[in-house]
Design a protein around this ligand. Structure first.
Ligand SMILES: [Zn+2]
Length: 314
């Protein structure tokens, strides 16, 4: 019997694992290719799991994308775009992903999507959630954090419209982004791949226990909630005029106070962070974000709560 207040939720029967959503983030590319050949490691008896190479043409080129960023293209506008020869490659892909794993927001959609990414920033193990209101996903992350060595996994909440984007994992009812770093683009490092592999398997173990009827008691989860992106200082032609300050470089998840160094000009002038309160920067100097005009993202610490969850018998 579920205790009073437990959320009785449906079983998680179909899980997608996306790798190569960005073609030059190689941990997910290598793992998904491996699992497409042999999925023994990721299979559990209570669900079906589908590994999927999201952007095969970008993977072949070892580039982030071909025409536009697949992980920004999952938008209502693109999903309803009429088919044509001039359609960007990634828009064709989001429509296919929506057909296979969705449709988004429908009963037919996959129950859970795990999307595997690497970052060049010093983020360590990072899990990304899109909402503070999904008890199943909060419980899953709580389980992952407690199963792995404490303190070596941080959670980024992207529920603020200022920092949200059209991520393909949102096709499923529950979703989790994995951002493991630091790893250069086009490189695969054994330690980073191993960290990603453990996170995926721990998420699958949680889901299997949940499907088997284990009740997870109410929990809290400390997360970093992103609220703003900070651009590099630029001149009137858009050229970057100051680089990430050495004291901020690799300082992801570490407190940045007003007055702390954030940028350094080429003439050696320090530019300080001029916010009004301490923040926690993430994605500091991420290679892929130069084109997105983001030198780092600002976050604040918040604590999320989840009710007890238990699978419904129906
Ligand atoms: Zn990525």
């Amino acid at each position: 019997m579920a205790s009073a207040g437990a959320a009785c939720l449906p079983a998680v029967r179909r899980i997608a694992i996306f790798g190569g959503t960005h073609g030059n983030e190689l941990s997910g590319v290598f793992l998904v290719r491996h699992w497409l050949k042999d999925r023994t490691e990721i299979q559990r008896s209570t669900f079906e799991v589908q590994p999927f190479l999201s952007n095969p043409a970008a993977v072949l080129r070892c580039s982030r994308y071909v025409d536009c960023d697949l992980n920004r293209a999952f938008t209502a506008e693109n999903l309803s775009m009429p088919q044509s020869d001039s359609m960007p490659y990634e828009v064709k892909l989001v429509q296919e992903i929506n057909r296979v794993f969705g449709p988004k927001d429908s009963e037919n959609a996959y129950d859970l999507a795990l999307d595997l990414h690497n970052t060049t920033s010093n983020m360590g193990n990072c899990l990304i959630v899109k909402t503070s209101k999904d008890d199943f996903t909060i419980q899953m992350i709580h389980y992952i954090k407690n199963t792995l060595t404490p303190g070596n996994c941080n959670v980024l909440l992207l529920d603020n419209p200022a920092v949200q984007y059209g991520a393909i994992r949102t096709v499923a009812k529950h979703s989790l982004g994995l951002e493991i770093g630091p790893q250069p683009q086009g490189v695969v490092r054994a330690n980073i791949l191993e960290n990603m592999r453990k996170l995926v398997n721990t998420a699958l173990d949680f889901t299997h226990c949940y499907n088997e009827g284990k009740e997870f008691p109410p929990c809290t989860l400390d997360v970093y909630r992103a609220f703003e992106k900070v651009n590099f200082p630029r001149d009137s032609e858009g050229q970057i005029t100051a680089i990430i300050h050495p004291e901020l470089q690799d300082g992801d998840w570490k407190q940045l106070k007003p007055g702390d160094p954030s940028f350094l000009t080429l003439d050696g002038k320090t530019i300080s962070y001029n916010g009004s309160s301490p923040v926690y920067p993430v994605f500091v100097n991420e290679a892929a974000y130069y084109e997105k005009e983001s030198a780092f993202l600002l976050t604040q610490k918040v604590t999320l709560k989840a009710q007890s969850v238990k699978v419904s018998k129906a």
